[in-house]
Design a protein around this ligand. Sequence first.
Ligand code: 6PG
Length: 267
Amino acid sequence: MTETSRPVQELDYGPRGRVHIFADAEALAAAAADTFAEITSAAVTTRGRAYVALSGGSTPKRMGEMLATKLFRDRIPWESVEVFWGDERWVPEESSESNSGVAKRAFLDQVPIPPSRVNPFPTTVPDPETAAIMYATQLRTVFGETDGVPRFDLVLLGMGDDGHTASLFPGTAAIHETEALVVAHLVPKLGATRLTLTPPVLNAGREVIFLVGGGGKAETLAAVLEGPEKVDELPSQVIRPTDGRLTWLVDCAAAARLTPLSGAISG
Ligand code: 6PG
């Protein structure tokens, strides 16, 4: 971890994960970029390939911009990195709403990753259900998994102020999906269709990392980490890696309401 991306405090919430708290949004983005570089390099060294699931939303945008700078770009073995997304909106890639479109414009188009290793959701097919089936097939093909659950080296997630993550929104059945790898569903509160990886895939990750910034998330983050388990209201609580590590990279503003149960580790 470079000096710029050292946490000011770390908290341990046991199965709910470890929390690294950074001074502000810029330090948070630098830490996320640093973590991305470390995990992908280690995965390629160990297993010859690094499988990454990117999150959508606005928080990871600055991390992406940093990944395209010389400070980070040359640390990453892009030719061996395989990129997927944890979720997607049912919009064309040209849309400003498109998670893959935003990521490509923010950094993937500026780094030497082979286009064949960038796997956006197919949002140009006739219907979202077909897209979900196709994406699950793409996952199995790229991972070489016939019937197991693909295991990402890095799953990046965001958290909404309503406690959703990926496109697992409160009150949706996708929270409890145990078989399908990918689900397409209409999200009532959005009045929009979303595509999402399901908990079995997200929880199979070796490193599952939430990126949460801003005071608007503080109350929800405290409820997710310290409150009672209620995954239908706070779907982020369904993220419990089965054989991986769960880490929250947050800024001070998002951490403002945390009252550490286990006491600070450092900082
Ligand atoms: C999406 C995301 C979603 C996002 C959270 C946080 O498609 O919107 O995948 O889960 O990570 O809504 O979004 P912000 O980073 O914009 O707060």
